[in-house]
Design a protein around this ligand. Structure first.
Ligand code: ATP
Ligand code: MG
Length: 285
C-alpha cells in the first residue's frame, strides 16, 4: 500500500541525515511499527509521510503512485495522532473534535462517541487547556479517528499513559485494524511494538537495522533460554540456561534426570534485547 524507497531527511539540508536512506513497505491492513530510541528518526519519518516536513529525497508511493502531498483527497484518507498535543486550549474537548470534523469531506465519526471510547466523555465540556497530559494525549488520539482514516499514523500513542488507559488505547488500535485500517505506529516501547505490530522496523540513528515480524526477529536474533529452579543439596538453585548451547542443554537434562526440578519455563528474548544486540544501545537511552 505504502512504499518508501531510499528516503532521506536532513534538517540542516546537508549530509547530516536524521533519516538516512530508509526503505520499507506497509501492507494494506497491517500494523507496521517503527521501534527505536529517542532521536532515532521515528517522528521525522512520520512527519515526511504525512506531508508535514518537506519531502527532500527518496520515493514515497501510495498504491504504486507517487504521493501528492497537496491533494485534498489524501488528507481525507489519513489520520494522525501526534506525539505533542496540538489542540485548541480554549476550546473544550468536544469543540476541538467538532471543529476538526469540519475540515473533512464525507462521513465523519461522532465526536462524543470518540471521547467516550478514550474515557473522556465526562471531560467533554471541559476546556482542553485544563486537561492533564494524558487527557490531552487521548484527545489527540480521539481526534485522529474523526475522519475514519484508511491510513492511521500514530506517534507514541500510549507513552506516559497509565496501564489501564494504555490497554484501552491498544484495544482501539486492534479494533481499527480489524475494520481494515492500515496503521503506521512509532514507539520506543518494545511491549507496545511486540503486542500490536504485525511487522516492526528497528530504527537507529536514522537507519533501519532490522525489519520483520516480532516473532521472526526473536527466532533469528534471540537466544532461546530455559529458566529452571531445582533443589541441590537441600537448597533451591535458580539457573537460566541457553537452549542453543549443547553443554547447557546437557546440564538441563541432567537436572531433570535427578528429578528435583521445582519450576521450569522457557524464556524468549525481548525485542529490546535484540535491539541492543544489533545496535549496542537500548531503547530508553
Ligand atoms: N525540528 C528539528 N530541527 C532540527 N533537528 C531536528 C528537528 N526535529 C528533530 N531533529 C533531529 O532529528 C533526529 C531525529 O529526531 P526525531 O524527532 O525524528 O526522533 P524520534 O525517533 O521521534 O525520537 P523520540 O523517541 O524522542 O520522539 C534527532 O537527532 C533530532 O535532534
Ligand atoms: Mg518522536
Amino acid at each position: 500500500m505504502i512504499q518508501v524507497k531510499n528516503l532521506y531527511h536532513s534538517y540542516s539540508e546537508d549530509d547530516n541525515y536524521a533519516v538516512d536512506n530508509i526503505s520499507f513497505e506497509i501492507k494494506k491492513g497491517e500494523i507496521f511499527g517503527f521501534l527505536g530510541p529517542s532521536g532515532a528518526g521515528k517522528s521525522t519519518t512520520q512527519k515526511i509521510l504525512i506531508g508535514l516536513l518537506s519531502h527532500q529525497k527518496g520515493q514515497i508511493l501510495l498504491d504504486g503512485q507517487a504521493v501528492d502531498f497537496k491533494s485534498r483527497e489524501r488528507l481525507n484518507e489519513i489520520g494522525v495522532s501526534f506525539e505533542i498535543a496540538n489542540v485548541y486550549k480554549k476550546l473544550t474537548g468536544l469543540e476541538n473534535l467538532e471543529f476538526h470534523a469540519k475540515m473533512y469531506k464525507g462521513q465523519t465519526a461522532d465526536p462524543l462517541s470518540l471521547l467516550d471510547m478514550v474515557g473522556l466523555k465526562d471531560a467533554a465540556n471541559k476546556k482542553a487547556g485544563e486537561y492533564s497530559k494524558g487527557m490531552l494525549q487521548r484527545l489527540v488520539f480521539a481526534r485522529s479517528m474523526i475522519n475514519n482514516p484508511k491510513i492511521w499514523f500514530l506517534d507514541e500513542p500510549t507513552s506516559g499513559l497509565d496501564p489501564t488507559t494504555a490497554s484501552k488505547i491498544k484495544s482501539i488500535i486492534k479494533q481499527k485494524q480489524k475494520e481494515g485500517t492500515t496503521i503506521f505506529l512509532t514507539t520506543h516501547n518494545m511491549f507496545t511494538a511486540d503486542e500490536l505490530c504485525d511487522r516492526v522496523a528497528f530504527l537507529n540513528d536514522g537507519k533501519i537495522v532490522a525489519l520483520d515480524t516480532p516473532r521472526n526477529l526473536k527466532l533469528e536474533h534471540g537466544q532461546k533460554l530455559a529458566s529452571v529452579e531445582y533443589e541441590k543439596e537441600g537448597k533451591i538453585v535458580k539457573e537460566t540456561l541457553s537452549m542453543s548451547q549443547a553443554d547447557s542443554v546437557e546440564k538441563l537434562y541432567e537436572i531433570m534426570k535427578k528429578g528435583h526440578v521445582d519450576t521450569i519455563h522457557s524464556q524468549e528474548a525481548t525485542l529490546e534485547q535484540i535491539f541492543i544486540k544489533l545496535t549496542g544501545r537500548g531503547l530508553e537511552e
